[in-house]
Design a protein around this ligand. Structure first.
Ligand SMILES: Cc1cc2nc3c(=O)[nH]c(=O)nc-3n(C[C@H](O)[C@H](O)[C@H](O)COP(=O)(O)OP(=O)(O)OC[C@H]3O[C@@H](n4cnc5c(N)ncnc54)[C@H](O)[C@@H]3O)c2cc1C
Length: 429
């Protein structure tokens, strides 16, 4: 068996894990990032989500920046994004977003990780882990070279599904299977005449979507599309699959059902939607997008009340403004609940430090939150902001010599570092 060592080990190279790795390596830690795919980005690339949403309040006040904004800047430099814009959701809500090209994003993340000095291991599946008391001390991965074992001082589970927490029997939260948010298989079509597509009145778009839903061609009454910047192709988010993303058999069936729905939806859109007449199906996302599986049980579990009251924490490490966005299981319904025009809320580090463990954090959609609060916190700008924070915190703990528990690091020094790195950690700033 091959054995490796690191200060900080991050499992899962989605937007949260990648930002955690960059932050840890930039803070001077020897950092290993392990990803089961052959590229970074997670749902951003493998599920081709196509847009980062929730950077600012409805009133236009920015609440997320830092490393997340560096990713955007690098995308713009590489013709992979055009910057921040606003759009009207299928529910009628106005939202800010950055549309991006998932293929360019893969290259942008490759370069940011390499420049930071992260040791990257692709095509490696986490297969087990070892603990000693309140500490994780190693994790094992299945690879083409056989099993690789990695020991580290600090661990970050950024798998979204919390596979590392599962392996060490950490406490977790999860909704009943039939209440999990559904998955979505994204698909791309083109060429689209976006001048005509974007000019469809909201009412007409709604009627077309409802008709597609009633005819069984669309799994939800929406025609939501993210344009690939600089191209005449768009990724559609209109399928809806009941799935438990932590169950291998359920996932297998869901991939097939996702493609079935995507093909039917693409045919309907090409046939009926203005601007799409000359389009053809050009791609299915490589993987079904999973919105929700397990959530951590951390030192604090964020509630809707925390978000609605903009509760302040002395260990706030990120802010957010995205509303509660819940896709209902087993129906076409989507509910969006905002908190007010200029409302921003706080994300504390304590919601990312796994309870009963001294050196184990989560980031991204594994955050400790009630299911409703999770509906707001799961978006990608926040995943990147959380990643930057836990990566920096892990590096501080790993570099402290006496191996403190990550919850015992100097929190004001952490906040200071994040602030100097451009992160927004004060909702009133
Ligand atoms: C269909 C859909 C639409 C969405 N729409 C939007 C949107 O418009 N805008 C927005 O901002 N957000 C959106 N979201 C939410 C957002 O995309 C995700 O919540 C976010 O990307 C999660 O990031 P993450 O890094 O926490 O997890 P993930 O992106 O899930 O990354 C986890 C990573 O870990 C890897 N991994 C998992 N298990 C293992 C293992 N055992 N061993 C090794 N590697 C492993 C995976 O391959 C993956 O790369 C959407 C989500 C979905 C599914």
């Amino acid at each position: 068996m091959i054995s490796l060592e690191a200060d900080v080990l991050i499992v899962g190279g989605g937007m949260a894990g990648t930002c955690a790795a960059i932050a840890a390596a930039r803070s001077g830690s020897q950092t290993i990032l392990v990803e089961r795919n052959g590229f970074l980005g997670g749902a951003a690339t493998a599920a081709a989500v196509g847009q980062f949403v929730g950077w600012e309040t409805e009133a236009g006040r920015r609440v997320i920046a830092g490393l997340a904004e560096e990713v955007v800047a690098r995308l713009i430099d590489n013709d992979g994004a055009h910057g921040h814009s606003r759009f009207v959701m299928s529910t009628g809500h106005v939202m800010d977003r950055v549309q991006y090209n998932p293929e360019i994003l893969k290259c942008v993340l490759d370069s940011l990780v390499a420049e930071a000095g992260v040791d990257l291991l692709f095509h490696a599946w986490q297969a087990g882990a070892e603990t000693h008391g309140a500490r994780v001390y190693g994790a094992r991965f299945l690879t083409k070279s056989g099993e690789i074992s990695i020991r580290a001082r600090q661990f970050i589970d950024a798998t979204g599904d919390l596979d590392l927490l599962q392996a060490v029997s950490a406490p977790m939260l999860r909704a009943d299977r039939d209440r999990l948010q559904p998955g979505t298989l994204m698909f791309a079509i083109g060429p689209i005449d976006f001048d005509r597509f974007d000019a469809i009145e909201l009412e007409e778009k709604g009627a077309l979507a409802r008709r597609g839903f009633e005819e069984g061609a669309l799994a939800r009454p929406a025609l939501h599309c993210s344009r690939v910047p600089g191209s005449d192709h768009g990724w559609f988010n209109v399928t809806r699959v009941t799935v438990d993303g932590s169950d291998a058999r359920s996932l297998s069936q869901a991939e097939i059902e996702g493609r079935r729905q995507a093909l039917a939806a693409a045919r309907y859109i090409i046939d009926k939607v203005p601007g799409c007449e000359n389009a053809r199906l050009s791609a299915f996302a490589p993987q079904l997008g999973i919105r929700e599986t397990r959530r951590a049980l951390a030192d604090h579990t964020i509630t809707v009340e925390d978000l609605a009251s903009a509760r302040r924490f002395d260990d706030t490490i990120a802010c957010g403004a995205y509303p509660i966005d819940l896709h209902k299981a087993n129906s076409g319904a989507l509910t969006i609940e905002g908190f007010g025009a200029d409302h921003a809320y706080c994300v504390p580090l304590r919601a990312l430090i796994v309870r009963d463990f001294d050196n184990l954090q989560v980031a991204g959609r594994g955050i400790s939150a009630t299911q409703e609060a999770h509906g707001a916190l799961r978006v990608m700008p926040l995943a990147m902001a959380m990643g930057q924070a836990v990566g920096t915190a892990a590096a501080m703990a790993a570099g402290a010599g006496n191996d403190p528990a990550v919850r015992d690091i100097d929190i004001s020094a952490l906040r200071d570092r994040l602030s100097r790195a451009g992160a927004i950690i004060d909702p009133d700033a």
